[in-house]
Ligand binder design. Structure first.
Ligand code: ADP
Ligand code: ZN
Length: 733
């Protein structure tokens, strides 16, 4: 059959353009191999002496010596990359100013891509009978009879029967056990969207119907699903997932925190009768391979994952839910700098899919997009059941009588005692891991810092080590000051959750205390077990960092005490108000559920601060409107455009000089009316021994920022180990 390249098929010998994952930022020419190849197919091509992975990206250009063009080595046995996916990668690369090979790497991060499906041997009950029975053989056959339809791997079967593998092999020889080959990548269970869900309330029902209608339209659209914690956002968007499954399309639910997913997975199983595919850093290589393949074949219909799940090769994506859409972990800050929330909107617009952005405290970006009519908006104003948002009050720390190195005010202490007496739970929230944020030498005043970063070492008493929260480096807590060598003079300053726990033990000697801090649990499962124990009443006082703010349900919790409500307001970051507002409202939302009224107490030294007043006042629309006015006046996102250029290197002077030269040669930027600020030390001025300097570029909303930045940055010749990273829409500015 004769097929033209327009239809995406190349005959043997045709010129094809292949994009590889190697750092060469152009599509390279090859000849189609024997049997031809198709646009989007994964291939192996020769590059110098090696063979590398690539994707057939375009027609070849043939703009150099045709006799030197080599053929594609091999077409891989994987579903071709869809046109939608290729366009997504190109648009994402253009937006984030990322070279295409790096973007392609994000989209091909599957181990063993294209290997033939690996087979494994499984064992079932056979027809034959063994020549003689032994107790060990009896055990094996007993297990197989008991679990009728199941097949076991050799090791599983031997383990279950508690015998050696040779016993099983003996039975295979005699035909009493059957050995079969099956593909290793088992399909995912079919999910049933029509299992009965919960009976939704009127508001929930109306919201669900709007989302379902969006999914049914088969077109792109984004909806901001806003509702206080516990209002049933998850119930509502699971109905959109159900509709997507009914349409036979694929649904992706992005979650910010891996630790959360097990609780979420339980809900998916209850609603749809099976587990979805998972994609995040905690998933094994084998499982990833399976997910990548099954998503690509369209077999996996629902994926739950972290931000990189956005780059899986969906056949037909119909819905992307971004849960806790305001969460900062959606921004990838290493390698390719992208915001998964924004890229979800891009991908959905190309795939004709719906996006649901769910949050109790949306980002100002999403709020503004809803205001401007670009996004739909659904509000769930009531908590499920009779509970209401907790009563919120400030504790003015200037009036509290508190000795040094103590953080629980008498007012907070009384409130906690009142709750414990009634058999309820109190949460003390402090967003600081470890024992103390600073270790200071009382002899010379030296603060122990990281050797590689511009950060203080944080004492972790449980680990008996100091840790850098920037690079993860740890070292033993020294006896003597590393600077003046005085012995026994090092002292902790300020509280972390571990130190707060120490104070709690002294103030509430009879209370049962649990600490929830991400670093104290080796695995997600341990964390989950702890959360479940707490939910069932296994603690009177919970001490927690940020992870408690993210959607765990503690039915007995009625009081939240924020140890330091001022913590996030320091510094000059223009987003500080938004972040603090979100975090405080999220944390307060933990208190009170079902028919128990909740209360939140914020310890603060500045109760008259506008942000603290907004948090207490609870008029969210007013807060956002005020925030929006300030950002608009400053011309910053979402009302203007920003980009950060981070230069890094080992020689601080060289890095600064480069920054200064760049800032002076700003013709390309002035042409679009953009302004350059800096160079200044980056928010993290040194990481792993590399100095970092940042320039900030600010432009009008409609300005062609990427093109100007590419021109501008293109004039820099980076020497030696100097690096440059461009961060479109930086998190802090
Ligand atoms: P959110 O995602 O807004 O925090 P959830 O969907 O997690 O809210 O709902 C909070 C709790 O209330 C969950 O335990 C959920 O199962 C329950 N819930 C919400 N709506 C209903 C409903 N209509 N019927 C029964 N339980 C509900
Ligand atoms: Zn460090």
């Amino acid at each position: 059959m004769q097929t033209s390249p327009e239809e995406g098929f190349f005959d043997e010998g045709d010129l094809v353009g292949v994009l590889t994952t190697q750092p060469i930022d152009r599509v390279l020419d090859y000849r189609a191999p024997e049997g031809g190849c198709m646009l989007g197919q994964f291939v192996e091509v020769p590059l110098g002496p090696r063979r590398v992975l690539g994707v057939v990206w375009a027609q070849g250009r043939g703009d150099y010596d045709l006799s030197k063009i080599r053929p594609v080595s091999r077409v891989l046995d994987a579903p071709p990359m869809t046109e939608e996916m290729r366009e997504f990668l190109e648009r994402a690369a253009a937006y984030t100013l990322t070279p295409m090979p790096a973007m392609l790497r994000l989209g091909t991060r599957a181990p063993g891509l294209g290997d033939p499906p690996s087979m494994r041997k499984v064992y079932r009950l056979g027809e034959g009978a063994p020549d003689r029975m032994t107790p060990a053989r009896e055990k094996v056959l007993g297990v197989l009879r008991e679990y009728g339809g199941l097949s076991f791997t050799l090791k599983e079967l031997a383990d279950y029967a508690d015998v050696g593998t040779s016993v099983v092999k003996g039975l295979v020889k005699q035909g009493a056990v059957r050995e079969e080959d099956t593909p290793r990548d088992a399909p995912y269970p079919l999910l049933d969207p029509d299992l009965p869900g919960k009976a939704l309330t009127g508001d929930q029902q109306a919201g669900a119907e709007r989302l379902r209608a969006g999914v049914r339209s088969g077109r792109y659209g984004t909806t901001l699903l806003r509702g206080v914690t516990g209002s049933g956002k998850t119930e509502v968007y699971l109905e959109a997932v159900a509709e997507c499954l009914r349409q036979g399309r694929q649904a992706l639910v992005l979650l910010p925190e891996i630790a959360l997913s097990s609780e979420f997975l339980d809900r998916v199983r209850t609603r749809f009768g099976g587990l979805p595919a998972e994609w995040h850093s905690g998933v094994t290589m084998t499982e990833r391979r399976r997910a990548w393949k099954m998503v690509g074949e369209g077999q996996a219909r629902m994926v739950v994952g972290a931000r990189s799940a956005l780059f899986l090769p969906y056949r037909d994506l119909g819905l992307i839910v971004v849960d806790e859409e305001h969460d900062t972990s959606y921004k990838q800050e290493d390698g390719v700098l992208y915001n998964a929330r924004d890229m979800a909107v891009l991908r959905a617009s190309l795939a004709g899919a719906q996006v649901v952005l769910a949050s109790a405290t949306p980002s100002l970006e999403s709020w503004a997009n809803a205001e401007a009519g670009k996004y739909e908006r659904i509000d769930l104003t009531d908590r499920f059941g009779p509970a209401v948002m907790p009563r919120m009050r400030a504790i003015d720390m200037r009036d509290e009588d508190l000795p040094g190195a103590r953080w629980i005010s008498p007012t907070l202490k009384r409130a906690v005692e009142g709750r414990i007496e009634k058999g309820e739970q109190a949460l003390l929230f402090l967003n600081r891991r470890g024992y103390a944020p600073v270790t200071i030498c009382r002899a010379c005043g030296n603060q122990i810092g990281c050797d590689h970063c511009d950060a203080r070492m944080v004492e972790h008493r449980f680990l008996k080590r100091l840790m850098c929260h920037q690079c993860g480096e740890t070292k033993p807590i020294p006896e003597a000051c590393p600077s003046c060598e005085a012995e026994g003079k090092l002292a902790p300053v300020g509280p972390g959750v571990e130190r707060l726990a120490e104070e709690v033990a002294g103030v509430f000697p009879d209370a049962r205390v649990a600490i929830l801090s991400s670093d104290l649990y080796g695995t997600a499962r341990q964390l989950k077990a702890q959360i479940e124990a707490i939910a069932q009443g296994g603690a009177d006082i919970i001490i927690g960092t940020q992870i408690v703010a993210k959607g765990h349900n503690f039915p007995l919790l009625t009081l939240v005490g924020v140890i330091d409500a001022d913590l996030g307001l320091q510094g000059s970051d223009l987003r500080a108000a938004e972040r603090t507002f979100q975090l405080m409202r999220q944390v307060a939302g933990r208190a009170g559920r079902a028919d128990q009224p909740g209360e939140a107490l914020l310890q603060t030294f500045q109760p008259e601060h506008p942000v603290i007043r907004a948090i207490l006042g609870g008029d969210e629309e007013a807060f956002w409107a005020a925030e929006a006015r300030e950002r608009e006046a400053a011309g910053v996102p979402p009302y203007g455009r920003m980009a950060g250029i981070v230069l890094s290197g080992t020689d601080v002077q060289e890095v600064f000089d480069l920054g200064t030269r760049l800032a002076r040669n700003d013709v390309a930027l002035r042409r679009i009316g953009a302004q350059v600020f800096g160079p200044a030390p980056a928010p993290i001025a040194r990481i792993r021994g590399r100095h970092r300097v940042r320039l900030l570029v600010k432009a009008d909303k409609g300005a062609p920022l990427q093109a100007a930045l590419a021109d501008w940055a293109g004039q820099v010749r980076l020497k030696g180990e100097t690096r440059m990273a461009i961060d479109i829409d930086p998190q802090s500015f």
